[in-house]
Design a protein around this ligand. Sequence first.
Ligand code: NAD
Length: 500
Amino acid sequence: MSIAEHVTEIFERIGAPVRFDAAGEIVCRTPIDGSELGRLAADTAASVGDKVGLAHAAFEQWRTVPAPARGAFVRELGELLREHKDDLGALVSIEAGKILSEGQGEVQEMIDICDLAVGLSRQLHGLTIASERPGHRMMEQWHPLGVVGVISAFNFPVAVWSWNAALAFVCGDSIVWKPSEKTVLTALACRALAEEAARRVGAPDGLLQVVVGAREVGEALVDDPRVPLVSATGSTRMGKQVAPRVAARLGRTLLELGGNNAAVIAPSADLDLAVRGIVFSAVGTAGQRCTSLRRVIVHESLKDELVQRLAAAYETLPIGSPLDAGTLVGPLIDESAAAGFAKAIDQARSDGGTLVAGGTTADGVEGGHYVHPAIVDMPAQTDIVKAETFAPVLYVLTYRDLDEAIALHNAVDQGLSSAIFTMDVREAELFVSATGSDCGIANVNIGTSGAEIGGAFGGEKDTGGGRESGSDAWRNYMRRATNTINYSTELPLAQGVDFG
Ligand code: NAD
């Protein structure tokens, strides 16, 4: 069976055949062999506007539904995702190129966030605050916000959408989702399941709209004043384009942008653990995760042994079709990613780096872009090390004392994920303290990637400052009202002001 036939079968099982349009501008491809799966017509500025209108109408109805009843919709969505986990996971692998286990992991992440959101639907509570005025009470309420625009990246085609959508739906919002133009099919599959969930529980039509297209379609969504929150995931370049446009109309953004994640390997590190953590974080999803490990900052006493062990592990990595059992490294998304990989390695070498593993193209599947993940031993943290190359290139830097390691660690523009491998409790605590890692995620004795949905996810500096998923991230999707209620017969003023 061809990959295109596989996709057709998946959509039949989901119960929503895709209507391809041979004249469409958006070419759906699989990075596995570069083949075309079909074409889709792109949205226009006018059709984006229409879809925002439909989502707004759905919002006006949805916000009147009690939050626990909204949770019933998300519970149903989670059940449908469970039912179709294998098919959706395969579709993620086909469109984004990640191995089957990671594709299914991504669907599991959607299921997990739905579970979390269902619980939250009974806990969207505000505070009661002591008033300084007699006979008065102050309280906070959290109200539904409106239409949330979600822009997502190719490398997490569904998980990131679900972090936003599951929370936004229980918060009483509707969604207009612009998936990456490289991964539209998974978005259409999710929309079909969300529509089915809505039908089953009687939620309003139109709660989830999908707009198809590239940057211009994203811009039409970003500029629409009926969208109070734009949650955008992708490169820092994209975030820097989106943020000022939304700010110009005083809208809110939630930005999840690029990372340049590092792990510090301290003298006391359990090296077995460190090697496993590093390899998973550096080569998982072929180095195409926002949380991929890109820099190892190792104590000089361990450097030779660590590099030798990593190079040995890299030699045995099974590279090939992500649909084959046993593959650990699938393809890069496209030709430009492969060119970026080669260019970064060339630059690192001309900066004095030594290639100690990989760095060449790999056989893989004809038509796809497969590479041997690279390790480059660097004499210094040069500009190429400070840039996010979205491919499996791991730079090794050395340090003498922990202050130097933390300074190197923080001396990049991005601030997403970080880790330290140490058995020394003082070093571990220092790394996660206010003067340690400056990232949104700081781990001890695990790698930089593979976050759980229970914590708030996101990063600082050029990573954009947004927080999604668990903890109190739900507050992004609501508006806060502070209410002061006077139950006395007097009208005392705050701050002791006397107004006659
Ligand atoms: P990208 O920036 O090329 O595209 C992301 C999305 O933004 C796409 O849907 C694209 O069409 C849209 N877009 C681009 N320019 C736009 C504009 N001016 N206005 C509106 N929309 C626009 O990113 P990508 O190549 O798909 O993904 C890889 C990047 O995403 C990496 O930098 C990675 O670190 C980052 N990423 C970050 C996170 C996170 O949570 N921090 C998660 C996944 C990916």
